[in-house]
Design a protein around this ligand. Sequence first.
Ligand SMILES: [Zn+2]
Length: 156
Amino acid sequence: MVKKCIVTSCIVIKDGKILLLFHNKLQKWMYPGGHVEENETPYEAVLRETKEETGYNVSIIGAKPLGLKKNKEAVEMPMPEMVLYEDVPYKTGRHMHFDFVYLGIAKGKRGRLAKGESTKFMWVTEKDIAGLYTFNNIRKILRYTFKEIKQRRIRS
Ligand SMILES: [Zn+2]
């Protein structure tokens, strides 16, 4: 059976660089992320996953909120930068992943990492992208992000 999941990813920015982790299973450089758990919003999940996998707290930056009044019917959530559909063939079956990709600024010092998470990290600049061992789409997303950092004057 096909499973539909909401997953989140965070492109972590600090001093104009982007933080990547080496994904042991895929053997590629990726940004942090994971499944949104029960009783969790995508926003809560991206903060949790990023903290677990990188040790950093992040502040998410996205499109300017409309300023809707908080009520029972609708609560405005921070906007992801993009939403990707990914087809993932797990051993136990196929997952359709709707990946909310956020941009986040790393705050303060790196904290402790969750056990078993990736231990290899790298802060990359735009020049590093071409030589990265990763997916072409990730390269494209990283190039886009560096362009946005410049255009929107994202500082950290
Ligand atoms: Zn899934």
